[in-house]
Ligand binder design. Sequence first.
Ligand SMILES: Cc1ncc(C[n+]2csc(CCOP(=O)(O)OP(=O)(O)O)c2C)c(N)n1
Ligand SMILES: [Mg+2]
Length: 556
Amino acid sequence: MAQKTTKKMITVGEYLLMRLQEMGIEHLFGVPGDYNLGFLDQVMACKKIKWVGNCNELNGSYAADGYARIHGSAALLTTFGVGELSAINGIAGSYAEHLAVINIVGVPSGELCRTHALMHHSLGTGRLEVFSDIYRDVTAAQAWLKAETAGKEIDRLLTTAWHLRRPVYIALPTDVSYAAIPLPEKPLDLTPPPSPASKLEKPLRQIYEKLQKAKRPVILLDAGIQRFGMAPLVQQFIEKTGIPFASMSMGKAILDEDHPLFLGLYGGKLSDPDVQACVENSDLVLEFGTIMCDFNTGDFTAHLTEKNSIEIHADQVRVGKTLYQKTRGGDLLKALLEKGYRYSGSLPSRASAVSKVAAPTDKKITHDRFWPQILGIIQPGAVVIAEVGSSLFGLLPLRFPKGVTFINQSLWASIGYTLGALLGVCLSAPEPQKILFIGDGSFQLTAQEISTLLREKCRPLIFVINNDGYTIERCIRGAEASYNDVQPWKYAELPRIFGDDVWTSRVVTETELAQALKEYPKDRLCLIEVKMEKLDMPPLLRTLGSDVAKLNHYQK
Ligand SMILES: Cc1ncc(C[n+]2csc(CCOP(=O)(O)OP(=O)(O)O)c2C)c(N)n1
Ligand SMILES: [Mg+2]
């Protein structure tokens, strides 16, 4: 369609980059391919978005997810078929865990699609849209861009990703990247639609009444609050109302764990008994952004009755059995704050926290002494990332200092995720200290991303827990089975393959660990390989493992 020449024009690729910048995105992850090289040249010409090439698309998708956890949104670029399918695991994880990742795929031109050409990276069936169809279930919206509608479609997808905090899929054909379209008149408007007054009044009245009657109200915080940027509002609500709060593991440390109203972590039977009693005996549990998945609920042992609980999410609210869609949790909390409710009952007791460990000995490192020793090096404001495995369950009971951000992928739980995510975290978080804890089994999936971390001059501290394989799986089934073994790599030697500016250490005893924790330099990437016994594990993991074994039973 001919465009009016009086309007200022811009290419589709430039338009997309401009909109990404308006979302505050400064890095684009991914892997080149001939279907996206033209767009990549536009990226190179754009001074405000930096290309960060990854070793593979899966790692790129994890990096984008990690970036979005800190920044709020992120972008990934892959190539048709081979590239986009390698990334789909990570994008599905971002869908499950509510991250706004803009997934851009360079695809063949309209002409090649119309003629069903047997292009490379296709299935040879002539149907070139097959991969975008596969993406329908793991992205919130999809578009195959055409020059005539590209601007509108890009805006639709980016706002959908932002409002739902889910990934979206943009197919960018080679013949569309350089097509000219009108320069937009206004910046992208990301303001969510407000709750209609009719959707606010009833739940507001019901919740206020319940609060006034409640003798033992408690707040339960979870990941949804962090994803939708509601943590400051929730903190204000907690402080104005004086209601004590517990966090679920996916929502650990969203608010400071040294807060006087913080009770501890709640996860059904995995909780400290005092916290479990306080939440489950409460006559009004205000659930904020909760995700009731197996790992988060201690394998569904979280007993919260519908009658005694209220759910407040970014885009909907449940009171008793009634679900109020289109009621925005943020609007509801602001309205509730205006009512001036204040809890005046006594405060329940807090869970006892793990304390720092006594002086190190020459004994081999064990989980019960390792994690308290680690607590000593975590600084206020650090970003701590935990891979699913013994790392996650070792870190959960620690009470972090002020301002710590905790990242874990407990619902999607794709091992190797955290090493890719670490790259995204390093490029988006200004905080100086970023610490990753990853198991040897998980590390083997994505280890080559250390190479990108070095190229980008990132300086994280990485702990590889070397326990000769898949300990978390051993506690579910096959404690001694060879399928739970991995090839014993020389983990502390590996980073030097990728670059010189690294510091590594392998520690077996507590004193060696203490020495490494004292010595590690802060000005380069550091990796500490921690040797542990294969059947040693944090107590939380032992409990969860036997429950998972029961849930995943193979015989009746
Ligand atoms: C992509 C993917 N493949 C397989 C699994 C199944 N799985 C879950 S945990 C795990 C083992 C993790 O082992 P490791 O990282 O060494 O942790 P640890 O030994 O500390 O428990 C495996 C294979 C998974 N979650 N994700
Ligand atoms: Mg292991």
